[in-house]
Design a protein around this ligand. Structure first.
Ligand SMILES: *[C@@H]1O[C@H](CO)[C@@H](O)[C@H](O)[C@H]1NC(C)=O
Ligand SMILES: *[C@@H]1O[C@H](CO)[C@@H](O)[C@H](O)[C@H]1NC(C)=O
Ligand SMILES: *[C@@H]1O[C@H](CO)[C@@H](O)[C@H](O)[C@H]1NC(C)=O
Ligand SMILES: *[C@@H]1O[C@H](CO)[C@@H](O)[C@H](O)[C@H]1NC(C)=O
Ligand SMILES: *[C@@H]1O[C@H](CO)[C@@H](O)[C@H](O)[C@H]1NC(C)=O
Ligand SMILES: *[C@@H]1O[C@H](CO)[C@@H](O)[C@H](O)[C@H]1NC(C)=O
Length: 303
């Protein structure tokens, strides 16, 4: 009787301990069905827009460009909005961007319609340059200004790619009411891409064109990411019209938006050795339970 129980006990997986045990890495078979080969659905094909809605602009109705896409061809872990298991937030930390200061959300929300059937939704998160300090650096960005981006996931049931759409820009300080610097949408995109692809010098924004590519590796928390970027034209217009802060961001022959979107494909090429930690702790807990069961199965006089 006791031995049957023992066998059952030893064979039963302990769910809370097995969650860290990784299965095989997701292969092409895990790819979501019907996603176009470029790894996202064009929002314009289903009533969406590559411009955000910004509340309270003058004149009304101005938007900011969605100028980066993390495509569905990326490692599925990178597309998860989490810091664990090499998720998106750990990836952002690998190139110097962190979630908002002490978890506090500041500034107005912007809304985007990714053409996925969800209509306009406020951003999922605002991610800020961390000035080399993953814990508190984004607080400095909130006050001093700098590079930041907003993210939305294309996951509505009419276009469920799982791709992450990003509106990147470079803003002035809180005292200057967080206006965007001159050429700050194009520069904000390129400084994000320059960091994400570990460039040793700044991407020359005025030389980037349709089909320009960059790639490189970054790491954080034991995860190493390989990022391949291709700039494409056609999703955004090369224009200042309808763009928030168009008077100060554009000018001198430069449009506030150059019309290019950087499409990122991110792979995890290295994971920490400890990701199989569940294998180590599970047997010791089972051994403890085994001891308890054995102790309870015998009359106290035997001890
Ligand atoms: C978006 O955020 C604004 C505040 O910035 C809020 O008033 C509005 O209700 C939010 N919209 C949705 C759909 O959550
Ligand atoms: C990385 O981002 C910072 C902050 O925006 C910027 O100063 C720096 O030039 C960027 N690096 C590259 C290589 O683009
Ligand atoms: C940009 O292009 C111009 C003209 O082709 C070239 O002279 C210049 O060196 C390029 N700048 C960079 C930083 O690559
Ligand atoms: C955008 O338009 C400007 C002005 O017409 C032009 O100089 C620039 O080369 C264009 N940029 C791209 C990426 O096509
Ligand atoms: C980033 O580039 C530098 C050289 O520019 C290199 O030393 C470093 O190892 C790179 N980072 C990763 C994670 O490959
Ligand atoms: C960008 O380049 C691709 C590949 O050469 C081409 O098919 C596409 O038409 C170009 N887009 C524009 C808007 O010129």
């Amino acid at each position: 009787m006791a031995s049957t129980l023992l066998v059952l006990l030893l064979c039963t997986p302990i769910p809370s301990l097995t969650t860290h045990v990784r299965g095989p890495p997701p292969g092409p078979l895990h790819r979501r069905s019907n996603v176009p080969p470029e790894g996202y659905f064009d929002p314009l094909n289903n009533g969406g827009s590559m411009l955000t809605q910004v509340p309270g602009t003058f004149p009304a109705g101005l938007g900011e460009p969605i100028n980066v896409i993390i495509s569905e061809d990326s490692d599925s872990d990178v597309l998860k909005n989490q810091e664990t298991d090499g998720g998106m937030l750990n990836y952002f930390l690998s190139f110097g961007y962190a979630t908002e200061c002490l978890g506090q959300h500041s500034g107005d929300d912007q809304a985007a319609n990714l053409g996925d059937g969800n209509g306009y939704l406020n951003e999922t998160a605002v991610i800020r340059w961390d000035y080399g300090d993953p814990q508190l650096g984004s607080c400095r960005e909130t006050i001093d200004g700098g590079a930041h981006f907003r993210i939305w996931v294309q996951n509505g049931n009419e276009a469920d790619s799982g791709a992450v759409f990003v509106a990147a820009s470079y803003e002035e300080s809180l005292a200057d009411e967080h206006d965007i610097i001159y050429n700050g949408y194009n520069l904000g995109r390129d400084w994000m891409i320059g960091n994400a692809t570990n460039q040793s010098s700044i991407i020359p924004t005025s030389n980037v064109t349709n089909q320009t590519t960059y790639n490189g590796q970054t790491s954080f928390g034991g995860y190493t990411y390989e990022t391949n970027v291709k700039y494409i034209s056609g999703l955004l217009q090369n224009t200042s019209q309808g763009i928030n802060h168009y008077l100060t961001v554009g000018g001198n022959g430069v449009n506030a938006v150059d019309g290019l979107v950087a499409v990122m494909q991110v792979s995890i090429v290295e994971r920490p050795a400890t990701s199989g930690v569940g294998h180590i702790s599970a047997p010791s807990v089972q051994a403890w339970l085994l001891f308890a069961l054995v102790a309870l199965s015998f009359p106290p006089s035997l001890f």
